[in-house]
Design a protein around this ligand. Structure first.
Ligand SMILES: NC(=O)c1ccc[n+]([C@@H]2O[C@H](COP(=O)([O-])OP(=O)(O)OC[C@H]3O[C@@H](n4cnc5c(N)ncnc54)[C@H](O)[C@@H]3O)[C@@H](O)[C@H]2O)c1
Length: 288
């Protein structure tokens, strides 16, 4: 969607728009796109520049996609006449390093330790503002370490599996003393669809905006997760223990009581089930 806005900017600016010049302000968001898609009722916005470590070296990419891009999505949702609900991806990283476990959505979350986290927390504040100003019904989902088929190649489950199956050493940060609330992708999909199907009520007093944790509600020791990968691959992992990385947190653990109560969300996949499914997908995908 962000690309569409850029296209519209360019065509409006005409032949005079060259690299380095300021494009003229757009007199309305997505005018032609919104007009062509008046039947859109619900939006699931998951696109983002993801990843904590990449944000250390590529900060501008996060501002571009996660702030500028997110603003375009909010503007689109606001101007679509039939938009009933915007669901967008936030992240467990908004909790920073200081939050008590399990992480509660009631926390203030104003001490992010990476720019990625800061942009995700900003998204929540931006969405809240649009809900307040325009009664946009919106739900932010704080995903917790999603893994499974088609997972992100820069994330630990993928990197570890890749290293074990290829007999390479794997780098383990904070000397292995990390815990993550690993959440299988099918559970994430179930929670996301449930949220999409249940827009927040639009009471008079509070903006129709909600936040939920979408995790497994089980904080696993990283070394136990690696053990599950070893069993699924039927090979031993060779670990290289390294210090904590900038921007990382030692533990994540989701309190999912609100989403269980409101939407009946119930994650069902343990790492004992999910890891072999991921490894099977990986082997098939790479023909191993
Ligand atoms: N995977 C996780 O464990 C995890 C955890 C917390 C939050 N999240 C969030 O969930 C969402 C999905 O994450 P993912 O792991 O599938 O990441 P991903 O990188 O696989 O998917 C993100 C997608 O967004 C697209 N995108 C990025 N910038 C864009 C732009 N400017 N215009 C259009 N498209 C753009 C990318 O091309 C990519 O297809 C993201 O918002 C991420 O921040 C993921």
């Amino acid at each position: 969607m962000y690309a569409i806005q850029v296209e519209e900017n360019r065509s409006r600016a005409g032949a005079g728009a060259t690299a380095g010049r300021c494009l003229p302000p757009v007199p309305g968001p997505f005018p032609s796109f919104a007009a062509r898609h008046r039947n859109i009722r619900r939006i699931a916005h998951l696109a983002a520049q993801a990843g904590v470590r990449y944000s250390i070296d590529h900060p501008r990419s996060y501002i571009h996609s996660n702030l500028d891009g997110f603003l375009e999505v909010l503007e689109l949702a606001r101007h679509l006449p039939g938009c009933e609900h915007l669901v967008y991806a936030s992240s467990s990283s908004v909790y920073g390093a200081a939050s008590a476990v399990p992480f509660s959505v009631e926390e203030r979350c104003d001490t992010p330790v990476s720019l990625y986290a800061a942009t995700k927390r900003s998204n929540e504040l931006m969405a809240y503002t649009y809900s307040h100003l325009y009664r946009l019904r919106a739900t932010g989902l704080r995903y917790f370490t999603v893994y499974g088929p088609w997972g992100r190649p820069d994330m630990a489950p993928y990197l570890f599996t890749d290293a074990v199956l290829h007999g390479r050493k794997l780098r383990v940060f904070n000397h292995g003393d990390m815990r993550r609330d690993f959440t299988y992708v099918a559970d994430i999909v179930a929670g996301t669809v449930a949220a999409l199907d249940h827009p927040p009520e639009d009471g008079d007093a509070t903006p129709p905006h909600r936040l939920y944790n979408l995790g497994n509600h089980k904080s696993e020791q990283l070394l136990d997760f690696i053990g599950a990968i070893e069993r699924a691959c039927n090979r031993k992992a060779e670990l290289v223990l390294e210090p904590m990385q900038p921007g990382d947190v030692q533990e994540t653990f989701a309190d999912i009581t609100p989403i269980q109560h409101d939407l009946g969300y119930q994650p069902t996949t343990t790492i004992a089930e999910g890891v072999p499914r991921f490894v099977a997908w990986y082997r098939q995908y790479y023909g191993m």
